[in-house]
Every structure is written in structure tokens, then in C-alpha cells.
Design a protein around this ligand. Structure first.
Ligand SMILES: [Zn+2]
Length: 351
């Protein structure tokens, strides 16, 4: 059950199960592929399969998913499992040398209950150079009973020496159908909401499952309001809108206690999504690629006569805001600047 309820990723799942069946599981794997598509989940399922007390009788190795060991692995409280990850609330999340030294101490002992002592390193590309070098020493001479599962969206950021010690499993992105199917099942969303969330999340199941639908709808509705060329381009109105948009974001962030860096990139995301829709319409792309396909006529009116080059310039400006070395930039100021430029663009053509 547990492996089979992971949507997609048939290639990596098959390789893991073959290694389990033939008892040829090595000492280190590198799970690579986009963020939020199920790599970490697969790593934990792998750990379950090696720890389960009541594995189902089947030619395809798996775990029961419900015994004590399986539950402890899922909750990351199993004594033979160590999970290392960066502190994602920090502006520059890193895995420093101290937790890596702890890995050595943990992995040297034989497993208490499982077949293996397992160490999952999530966002392994966040290892500092010192930490990666310390890990390399362990990977070069791993204890017999050890298994390292490195999970990363950016494998090229890991030293080649670390990568070469691991068997790489590539996870490809899930499809729109797979993502919408999971959303319908797990979040009981109607097709319209499931389609919207899946597109916002780039069809990444993990990201879509965790996304805040109400907030996203609210933000995108504000953006759509702004696409109406009949709204006068009055500076005061623009300032008020920027303020309103900043407030939505702030209120939700305080609720969710998110870091400033995260809240900034959220805003960039939904503005970029809106611009992308307008650009796609201008370029005559298929409508099922649009995020706001339900508001097609509004977007079509807004996109009419817009210069694709000018839209690309605005997208560039957004990208630059995101890359700004100081992410604590005044969000409201950036939004004002963006909205002025955007409104100017729309009204130049509407006039
Ligand atoms: Zn079990």
C-alpha cells in the first residue's frame, strides 16, 4: 500500500523495490527532481519498507503502513531513522556541520529495530561546504548497516564528490491530471478549485496539497480586478490597491507565521501568474494553459493590444525584485511600483 499510494514516480519506485527484492540496497541514494513532488515522501516510504513489522506478502516489497514501526517512521520518531533538514524559516536556510557530526555519531551504532540505520537529508543542497565535506567522509566509508537518502531539488549544488557516492534516482514532475486527481481525493476539492490549485502549484502535488486555497483565490481575484481597464488609473486608487494587497499578504503571513522571504516570493508568484496569463493570451496559446481560464473574457479584453515585449519587461522587473539581495525590501513600495507600471500599460491601449 504505502509505495503504491505515491502518485507517479514509477521509475524511482521500481528501482527501489527491485533493490529491496534482490536485497541489493546500497548505502546512499540521491533523490533529485523539482521541489514538492514527493521525493521526501518516497524516502520515508523507503525507510518504512526497511522497518515494517508486518510487510504484506507480495512479490513487490512494501510496508503495511500501519504497524508501530511504519507509524514511527512516518512521524520521524523511529529510533533507527534520522532526518536532517535546514531551518526553512531562516532567510538563508542551511545545514551546518553540527547536525552532520551528529549523523556520524548516530549512524555508527547498529540499528535497534530495523534492517538498516537510515539517515534522510532533505534539501541536501543546503549543506554548507564544511558539512558536505564531513558527510563525504562518512559516505566514503559507510557503516555496513547504514543507508543515506539525500533529497534535493538542486543536485548540481552538491559537490560532485558527494553525488558520485550516491545512486541517483530522478523524479519527474507529476502531470496536471495526477495533481488534480490527488487534490480531488485528499482535499475533496471540486474540479474548478482542483484545477486552479494544481496550475498555481505547477502541478506539484506536495505544493498543491499544502497551498492555501482561500488566500490564493483572494489574491488572484484582486489581480483580476486590476486587469479591468475601466478602473481609472488614478494614483490614489493605485496606492490604495497596493496597500490592500499588502494587507492580505501580511494578515495571512502572521496567521501562518511565515518568514519575510517566503511572503515576498508569494506575492511575486501571483503577480507573475497573472502576467503570464495575459502573455499567453497575446501569443494565442491554448486556453487550457491559463491559470484564470474561468475569467477568459476579462483577460482577453485586458490583453487586447498589449505589447508582449512590455509584458515580458514587467515579468523581468518582477524577477529582479525576487533576486534583490535584500528580501526585506518594502513590499508595499514594490507593489506600488509594479501596479503603476502595469496600469500604465493597460491604459495606454485602452485610451
Ligand atoms: Zn508496517
Amino acid at each position: 500500500m504505502p509505495f503504491s499510494d505515491i502518485i507517479g514516480h514509477d521509475g524511482p519506485k521500481r528501482k527501489i523495490r527491485t533493490a529491496l527484492a534482490r536485497e541489493t540496497v546500497g548505502h546512499a541514494f540521491l533523490f533529485c527532481g523539482e521541489d514538492g513532488i514527493g521525493k521526501r515522501l518516497t524516502a520515508l516510504r523507503f525507510a518504512q519498507a526497511l522497518s515494517c513489522d508486518a510487510p504484506p506478502a507480495s512479490e513487490h516489497p512494501d510496508s503495511c503502513g500501519s504497524c508501530r514501526a511504519c507509524r514511527d517512521v512516518a512521524a520521524v520518531t523511529h529510533p533507527d531513522l534520522l532526518l536532517i533538514e535546514p531551518d526553512r524559516e531562516k532567510a538563508n536556510p542551511q545545514i551546518t556541520i553540527d547536525p552532520v557530526r551528529n549523523i556520524e555519531r548516530h549512524m555508527i551504532y547498529r540499528p535497534l529495530l530495523s534492517a538498516r540505520k537510515i539517515c534522510v537529508i532533505d534539501d541536501a543542497d543546503r549543506l554548507t561546504t564544511g558539512a558536505a565535506n564531513a558527510l563525504l567522509k562518512t559516505l566514503e566509508d559507510p557503516p555496513d548497516h547504514s543507508l543515506f537518502l539525500l533529497v534535493t531539488g538542486q543536485p548540481y549544488r552538491l559537490p560532485a564528490t558527494v553525488r558520485s557516492r550516491c545512486l541517483a534516482l530522478r523524479f519527474s514532475s507529476t502531470t496536471a491530471e495526477q495533481c488534480e486527481g490527488v487534490l480531488a481525493l485528499r482535499r475533496a476539492l471540486p474540479p474548478d478549485d482542483a484545477g486552479f490549485l494544481s496550475r498555481v502549484a505547477g502541478h506539484r502535488i506536495g505544493a498543491a496539497l499544502n497551498a492555501d486555497l482561500a488566500r490564493l483565490r483572494e489574491q488572484h481575484d484582486q489581480f483580476l480586478q486590476y486587469c479591468r481597464a475601466d478602473v481609472p488609473a488614478h494614483p490614489t486608487a493605485t496606492l490604495q490597491r497596493a496597500e490592500a494587497l499588502t494587507k492580505i499578504q501580511r494578515a495571512r503571513d502572521e496567521e501562518a507565521d511565515l518568514s519575510k522571504a517566503r511572503h515576498f516570493s508569494d506575492v511575486i508568484d501571483w503577480l507573475a501568474h497573472g502576467l503570464r496569463d495575459l502573455l499567453l493570451i497575446r501569443l494565442g496559446a491554448a486556453h487550457d494553459l491559463l491559470l484564470h481560464r474561468s475569467r477568459l473574457s476579462l483577460l482577453q479584453r485586458c490583453a487586447e493590444g498589449l505589447d508582449p515585449e512590455a509584458l515580458l519587461d514587467l515579468l523581468d522587473a518582477l524577477h529582479e525584485m525576487e533576486q534583490a539581495p535584500n528580501r526585506n525590501l518594502n513590499l508595499q513600495l514594490c507593489l506600488e511600483n509594479f501596479l503603476f507600471r502595469f496600469h500604465q500599460l493597460i491604459h495606454r491601449h485602452a485610451a
